[in-house]
Write a protein that binds this ligand. Structure first.
Ligand code: NI
Length: 168
């Protein structure tokens, strides 16, 4: 495994559309492993392939708390994800490894139904809510070249300025 360089705001690649994955290859399997390692190293809860410079429709997500043991973690790989349905709305502070140290309020659906392929290219449809639904929406946006900073209500803040009240 290897930690990959995370592209940050201003890098053109973050604004490009990603191509669907047709077949799983050893190279892409390696990419997925590296994406998890890169995400954990940077204390992120999600990472999309374009953030490490690869324009493929691949996302990894793990919204579990840091103290959850490895064997109980919910590690999701979404390949070619497509949000089929969504409902509800929730507003919360969000961050992104491509926008280090910043945070801003974004309104997203609080429930989604998503179709995707896993790392074996088997197709699934999954429902998700809350933080996981938010992460899926945020990461799917990356695959179409969209960043959360363009959806922020109010100002983008320094993450260190957030108070506990803000997090509620
Ligand atoms: Ni992001």
């Amino acid at each position: 495994m290897a930690i990959r360089h995370v592209r940050t705001l201003g890098d053109d690649i973050l604004y490009k559309k990603c191509k669907p994955v047709k077949d799983m290859t050893p190279r892409l399997a390696q990419l997925i492993e590296d994406m998890f390692e890169t995400m954990y190293t940077n204390s992120g809860v999600g990472l999309a392939a374009p953030q490490v410079g690869i324009l493929k429709q691949i996302v990894v997500i793990d919204v579990d708390d840091e103290d959850v043991p490895d064997e109980e973690r919910n590690q999701y790989v979404f390949i070619n994800p497509e949000i089929l349905e969504s409902s509800g709305s929730s507003t919360a502070y969000e961050g992104c490894l491509s926008v280090p140290g910043k945070t801003g309020k974004v309104t997203r659906p609080d429930w989604v139904k998503v179709r995707f392929h896993d790392e074996n290219m088997d197709e699934y449809v999954m429902e998700a809510e809350g933080m996981l639904a938010r992460a899926i929406c945020h990461e799917c946006d990356h695959l179409s070249g969209k960043l959360y900073v363009d959806m922020v209500e109010g100002e983008l803040k320094d993450a260190s300025e957030l108070t506990e009240e803000d997090m509620e």
